[in-house]
Design a protein around this ligand. Structure first.
Ligand SMILES: [Zn+2]
Length: 324
């Protein structure tokens, strides 16, 4: 994320977090050290760092469950001073293995929004496939049709990094068909078949692990579509299907209905009122975005802002000295 946008969206953070709700957005917590450009985006933060942050939250903030957040949004009641909610997106195995034990140790509640279609599978998100291929390839150069460019150097760490960033940002502007074509071309030209065995950080949570999280009163499970499908600008029936099927799959396996959701990608371009209306119709009570910011009392539970931690160097906001 652009630094200026981050800083301006969080201007006055240290005063505002007194009575506005802070929602932290994590993806993963890792105990393995990165090889090459694996986890270079810091989507998975280190266990040491996560523990430090959760201890800070426990000692200095007032952690809320997502149900408490919804209650305050609905009633318009003021949030308790220094309210914070912990959220995880996507459904990585390390949420269960590494993050949950730390949260339990400090008794800090959290909600896990999982892509229901990847649970118990070796499926990978497209960003992880690209990272895996480019990181592991022995090739010095790969052929790839991408806008005006036709080849990318991938011989050194820096070249791999540059290639990954370029391909990733190009894909983010593509249709899903075009994106799949690019991923296939990267797989073919790197001669790497991407797989979860390349890194622990690619592994997804199992149903048994999710059931265990769900049984703990500290934790709440929500949906995040089936396969991280962006909800806006796709045919309505596909949008309904990925919402409905993800909720159904979770409620079938967890044996209760699901009322929480978060939008994949989560920026303003990725969801709209149609999506929100459908979520409400199927019983969802809250769906935070990934738009950066804090949440004053009476915020709409379908437009909550979050602060991503780790990803692209985003610091833990409470200890970010640039925020006044
Ligand atoms: Zn996500």
């Amino acid at each position: 994320m652009e630094e200026n946008k981050y800083l301006s969206s969080l201007a006055g953070f240290h005063n505002r977090c007194l009575d506005e709700l802070v929602i932290l957005l994590y993806h993963g917590v890792t105990s393995s050290s990165s090889i090459g450009i694996e986890n270079v985006s810091r989507k998975h933060i280190s266990e040491v760092e996560f523990r430090r942050q959760i201890r800070f939250v426990k000692e200095n903030c007032n952690p809320l469950t997502i149900e408490q957040v919804v209650y305050h949004c609905r009633t318009g009641q003021k949030f308790p001073p220094h309210s914070v909610a912990i959220t995880f997106d996507d459904g990585f195995k390390n949420n269960f293995e590494i993050a949950a034990p730390v949260l339990r140790e400090y008794q800090v509640p959290a909600v896990f929004y999982v892509c229901a279609g990847v649970i118990n599978t070796d499926l990978m998100f497209w960003v992880d496939e690209l990272e895996c291929c480019i990181n592991s390839t022995k090739k010095k150069k790969i052929k790839l049709k991408l806008g005006g460019e036709t080849s990318f150097k991938v011989g050194t760490y820096e070249e791999k990094l540059t290639a990954l960033e370029k391909i990733k940002s190009f894909c983010k502007l593509c249709s899903s068909i075009e994106k799949s074509r690019i991923v296939r071309e990267v797989v073919a030209s790197t001669e790497i078949e991407p797989g979860v065995n390349y890194s622990e950080n690619y592994q997804k949570i199992s149903w048994q692990e999710l059931i265990e999280l769900d049984r703990d009163p500290l934790f709440t499970i929500g949906a995040h579509t089936l396969y991280h499908d962006v909800l806006r600008n796709q045919p309505e029936k596909d949008m309904y299907a990925t919402i409905q099927l993800s909720l159904d799959l979770l409620s079938y396996n967890l044996q209760h209905s699901i009322h929480h959701f978060s939008y994949p990608e989560g920026q303003a371009a990725h969801y709209d009122q149609k999506v929100i209306d459908y979520l409400k119709r199927v019983g969802v009570v809250c769906s935070p975005s990934a738009i950066v910011g804090l949440n004053p009392a009476g915020s709409d539970p379908f437009h909550l802002k979050r602060i991503m931690v780790g990803f692209d160097g985003m610091p833990f906001p409470y200890l970010d000295t640039r925020l006044k």
